[in-house]
Design a binder for this molecule. Structure first.
Ligand SMILES: *Cc1c(COP(=O)(O)O)cnc(C)c1O
Length: 334
């Protein structure tokens, strides 16, 4: 099958599995799994932060970070399109007693500075206490402009807020913009980085930030059920990804551009592509379900339910992209 549903579908390679099989293990809840410790230190170094903490998922890593930043009755500012707000089951509110204050994302994924300013509440018993600004990079496959991020975080700091980055795909953003991961993380107090997306590990995210913040996140990780025992078997996959799979994201970005160029030749398809591994399309509503079925019959998996988005990753080749584009052309030519 050619699977373009998400970059989460990647399978661990033979060499990644070998690294997992030979990983040195301990009990990470007791703090002595050497492979987890090695991963946390390596990611912290790469991100330019003091410390790292390994999580089973990005959802849990983001949530533990939000709870570490905000107390009960505090609020955090984020985008309407933010993963933490829209795609994590409302966890901040449900489990953290944190009120989200979403604001409309601009077309480039940013949160307009005037809207951030307007959303920050004065200190007054009527209001939740605004504590945190949370951005996301990449967002919808788009890389946030560096100048914008600096300004937004500076604005947050002027109002005494902390800053969190949902950097699930920050490595894609780094590769696409030719900047080091540490530069993209630098403005923020905490960053959550996923290894189970384009980096190709089966499981795992790492939260980076200051030691003090991560001490609090460590407690909340336990409360949220994220304390794992011989977790080094998973951390080894993430370490492998950190060492071998970051630079290769450029291939995924090239394949996405190639995919976009192919689909752009089809009259019925409107294509929007960004600098990374996601291509968004609009096509006639009545074609969505039949096209998905047509592609499935030809061994190609896509989702066109809530968004028509095609995602490239290490398990789709240039030839697969050509097969996919030909199949879409075949559908519209039938
Ligand atoms: C995937 C993702 C997460 C975390 O998702 P998990 O499936 O819980 O690992 C968080 N934020 C963004 C932007 C993501 O794409």
């Amino acid at each position: 099958m050619i699977d373009l549903r998400s970059d989460t579908v990647t399978r661990p390679s033979q060499s990644m599995l070998a690294a997992m099989a030979t990983a040195e293990l301990g009990d990470d809840v007791l703090g002595d799994d050497p492979t987890v410790l090695r991963l946390q230190a390596a990611v912290a170094e790469r991100a330019g932060k003091e410390a790292g903490l390994f999580f089973p998922s990005g959802t849990q890593s983001n949530l533990a970070a939000l709870i570490a930043h905000c107390a009960r009755g505090d609020e955090y500012i984020c985008g309407q399109a933010a993963h933490t707000y829209k795609y994590e089951g409302g966890g901040a509110a449900v489990l953290g007693s944190i009120q989200p204050q979403p604001i409309e994302n601009a077309l480039d994924g940013s949160l307009p500075l005037d809207k951030i300013t307007a959303a920050i509440k004065p200190i007054d018993d009527h209001f939740a206490r605004t504590r945190l600004l949370a951005l996301e990079n990449t967002i919808g496959g788009k890389v946030l402009l560096a100048g914008y991020v600096d300004e937004a975080v500076q604005l947050a700091r002027q109002h005494g807020l902390s800053a969190h980055l949902d950097g699930a795909r920050v490595c894609n953003a780094a590769v696409a913009s030719g900047r080091p991961v540490s530069a993209l993380c630098a403005p923020f107090d905490s960053v959550s980085i996923c290894f189970s997306k384009g980096l190709g590990a089966p499981v795992g995210s790492v939260l980076v930030g200051s030691k003090a913040l991560l001490e609090s996140a460590h407690r909340w990780r336990k409360v949220l059920g994220g304390g794992m025992r011989q977790a080094g078997v998973l951390a080894a996959a993430c370490l492998y990804a950190l060492e071998h799979n970051i630079e290769r994201l450029a291939e995924d970005h090239e394949n996405a551009a190639h995919l976009a160029a192919g689909l752009a030749q089809i009259d019925q398809v409107k294509v929007q592509s960004h600098a990374t591994n996601m291509v968004f399309v609009q096509l006639p509503q009545q074609d969505c379900v039949p096209l998905q079925a047509w592609l499935k019959e030809r061994g190609i998996l896509v989702t066109m339910l809530y968004t028509s988005r095609f995602v490239t990753h290490k398990d789709v080749s240039r030839a697969d992209i050509d097969t996919f584009v030909a199949a879409v052309k075949g559908y519209f030519a039938r």
